[in-house]
Write a protein that binds this ligand. Structure first.
Ligand code: IMP
Length: 207
């Protein structure tokens, strides 16, 4: 009989895993759905609103949002992300949503006018609430630089002014799949996917 390898277990059990995303950001959802699909996990947006709490920690924001979701018989997934700019002592960080709405990419470029230190880090915290109520958080981060001007028209948010270390393109010059290979969100979601597949395959194996 053929040996039962981790790889075949993943393929076999991944077909059974489906999660629901709690987000109103369709561009973000598309990235998460694509990254999960690469691992064989299907996902769709759940018509639920998440709680937005204020905290200096993205992990805390994602965890509290996940914990406050209603009970469900499928995993529910929330994500919180932020852009941490070194020369601005990590601003806007957890306040990125508000800062994007008020200052936008142009405002950030203006704040950094004449500043040589352009390093910045995008961070993502993805939290999954499991049917039993357990919450797990996965993180990902990507270092890069804030460009001198906006480049590209894909993606969302600060994508046109963020160029990851080692790439010649900004996130906004990348396809969704390419951005996922580099991005904070892609990394966090791949960690979630691996955990889900291991959990479901262990549960199925233990039956
Ligand atoms: P949120 O609170 O997780 O929705 O993210 C906060 C804000 O950070 C968003 O409104 C975007 O402006 C920005 N942001 C988060 N992730 C990304 C990304 O992957 N690319 C560009 N901007 C992002």
């Amino acid at each position: 009989m053929k040996a039962f390898t981790i790889k075949s277990a993943r393929l076999r059990f991944s077909a059974m895993v489906k999660v629901y995303l709690v987000t109103s950001n369709r561009a973000k959802a598309a990235e998460i759905i694509s990254a999960l699909a690469e691992a064989g996990i299907t996902a769709e947006i759940a018509p639920i609103k998440k709680l937005e709490v204020q905290s200096d920690s993205l992990e805390e924001i994602a965890r509290v949002a996940a914990e406050s979701l209603p009970p469900s018989n499928a995993p529910l997934v929330v994500e919180d992300a932020g852009l941490f700019i070194t020369a601005l002592n990590g601003f806007p960080g957890p306040y990125s949503h508000y800062v994007y709405k008020t200052l936008g990419c142009r405002g950030i470029l203006k704040l950094l006018e004449g500043v040589e230190e352009r390093r910045a880090c995008f961070k993502s915290a993805v939290a999954a609430k499991m049917p039993g109520g357990e919450v797990e958080v996965f993180t990902g981060e990507t270092w890069g630089v804030i460009t001198r001007e906006e480049r590209g028209d894909k993606g969302f948010g600060f994508d046109p002014i963020f160029q990851p270390e080692g790439s010649a393109k900004t996130f906004a010059e990348m396809s969704l799949e390419e951005k996922n290979l580099w991005s904070h969100r892609g990394k966090a979601v791949r960690r979630l996917a691996q955990w889900l597949l291991e959990k479901y395959s262990a549960e199925a194996g233990g039956r």
